[in-house]
Ligand binder design. Structure first.
Ligand SMILES: [Zn+2]
Length: 251
């Protein structure tokens, strides 16, 4: 049985409209959101898996190219894992919800032998995204190999739903990006779904409002429907950028 620990890997001040699709003055309000990764542990079996890896590299550079980021010393990936008594070499694998920089660039902090699971459709899109999406994959940065190609040898490409190991399966949840996936984790408190940025904040879910960063509205609402059926079966929904997860799960 797995236990889920959320890790706060920094805080960003964002436009509300970017995270919760809204019209009018509300969309230009700013608020703080956490960058969250999730450590999955099966203590009895001594197994550890990381879901998403957060940001990496020069914070000042990232704050200029994206939104301003604040990071306490213990919000860097390796110290955050250490707080959970975890050395990076102990991680069996990383599962990425999607390849956006703030979820996937942190893989560069980890040992280069760790397998990294991602949907094939997400990688293909990241290589040649529509222009407004390029900054989310940093493919708009000239003369620089995109971060996700720096760990290309680690990538394990998935085609749709798959059981990764007992108690952990991935399900496609496209909408925010074409190859976004959710991770369904069985715990002693029932199943949880780590939703990445399909559900940035609980408000995206409770009011069924897509994120401002939306690749396909049609996919988005089909993914909402998929989550609704999982919720009916008892699954709890974990957003990717909401402080609420730190109350929902032990830290
Ligand atoms: Zn994203």
């Amino acid at each position: 049985m797995w236990a889920i620990t959320p890790l706060c890997l920094g805080v960003t001040t964002v436009w509300r409209g970017g995270f919760i699709m809204k019209q009018g003055p509300e969309s230009s309000e700013r608020f703080d959101v956490p960058h969250t990764a999730f450590l999955l542990q099966d203590e009895a079996a001594g197994r550890k898996i990381l879901v998403d890896a957060g940001i990496s590299g020069d914070l000042e550079w990232s704050s200029r190219h994206h939104n301003p980021i604040k990071r306490e010393p213990d919000q860097y990936l390796i110290p955050a894992l250490a707080r959970c008594h975890t050395r990076p070499e102990e991680l069996e694998m990383v599962i990425l919800t999607h390849l956006h920089w703030d979820h996937a660039k942190g893989v560069l902090e980890l040992p280069a032998a760790i397998p990294v699971y991602v949907q094939r459709s997400e990688l293909f899109y990241a290589l040649d995204p529509c222009p407004p999406d390029a900054k989310h994959y940093e493919t708009n940065v000239k003369d620089e190999l995109p971060y996700f190609l720096k760990y290309y040898h680690q990538l394990r490409l998935l085609d749709g739903e798959k059981t990764i190991t007992e108690g952990i399966r991935v399900i496609p949840l496209p909408g925010h990006s074409p190859g976004s996936q959710g991770i369904v984790v069985e715990t002693k408190n029932g199943p949880y779904v780590i939703t990445g940025d399909l559900i940035n904040c609980m408000e995206n879910w409770t009011k069924r409002i897509p994120a401002g960063i939306c690749h396909s509205l049609n996919d988005y609402y089909q993914s909402f429907a998929k989550l609704e059926s999982l919720e009916k079966q008892g699954a709890k929904i974990l957003p990717g950028h909401d402080f609420a997860v730190f109350d929902m799960l032990p830290t």
